[in-house]
Design a protein around this ligand. Structure first.
Ligand code: BTN
Length: 252
């Protein structure tokens, strides 16, 4: 592993309920910063909003990276979420450079308009400080059959037409996470914001969305420091939306 600390300790599991749950249960001494928990199979892989993360055993990345950003102000947590999404997007872009890779707010990674990766971050905060920040990452790698879901999944293999090596992808991912996490550690938040905007799905494009039971449209502008989506409405007003409060309506 070509890193300083991310992935220097890797816990490999055949089968586990959820790598996030497993990582959360580890005592501090067993999971120094940078520890990665990776499993061939999750029996209860979790997604956002209590959804299930489906991943066929042995074919994909289902992993959790343990970070311990003790000195990160709590109100910067969303910058860290953005940083992880960028690292995953970069990893995927490097593997399939011709594909169109986007971060779909808040932190799904889309390839050619289909979901390739999901991220579930969970924090443990005590006394106003992070004890841990768990970045749970699922990337569809070699799976080619998916259950019918809303999110139109796609894998690296489906796009590139070749099999990928899971360990090699994990190494690349660890490297990208380390590079960007070091930026977070040195408070280079502006860079994170700028980079995130470059990857942002539908940025400066008109989107139709549903809010409070009404459908309307606006121009998707950005995501603020608190993770809220900024949409410019007809009268040039910027409206902010919390994750889960609006549904963006897509044609596909
Ligand atoms: C989402 O798209 O809603 C987030 C999916 C996150 C899935 C990953 S797989 C590794 C880690 N362990 C889990 O139980 N979930 C995350």
């Amino acid at each position: 592993m070509n890193t300083l600390f991310i992935g220097q300790r890797i816990i490999r599991l055949k089968s586990v309920e959820s790598t996030n749950n497993f990582a959360a249960s580890l005592p501090l001494a067993e999971a120094p910063e940078g520890t990665v928990v990776i499993a061939d199979e999750q029996t209860n892989g979790r997604g956002q909003f209590g959804r299930i993360w489906h991943s066929a055993p042995g074919l994909n990345i289902t992993a959790t990276v343990v970070l311990r950003p003790k000195s990160l102000p709590l109100n910067k947590v969303y910058q860290l979420n953005k940083a992880i999404a960028i690292a995953v997007a970069m990893t995927i872009k490097n593997l399939i450079p011709k594909a169109d890779i986007k971060i779909k707010w808040p932190n799904d990674i889309y390839a050619n308009n289909h979901k390739m990766s999901g991220i579930l971050t969970e924090n443990n905060i005590r006394g106003g400080q992070f004890v841990s920040y768990l970045a749970g990452i699922g990337i569809n790698v070699n799976q080619v059959y998916f259950p019918e879901t809303e999110s139109h999944p796609i894998s690296l293999k489906q796009i590139a037409g070749i099999e990928f090596n899971i360990d090699e992808i994990l190494s690349l991912l660890c490297k990208e996470i380390e590079v960007i996490y070091l930026k977070i550690k040195s408070s280079r938040f502006e860079e994170i914001t700028t980079e995130y905007e470059k990857w942002l799905w539908k940025k400066d494009e008109e989107v139709r969305f549903e809010f409070n039971g009404n459908q309307t449209s606006g121009i998707l502008r950005s995501v603020d420091d608190f993770g809220e989506l900024q949409v410019e409405t007809e009268n040039h007003r910027i409206m902010s939306f919390k994750h889960g409060s609006i549904k963006i309506i897509t044609k596909d």
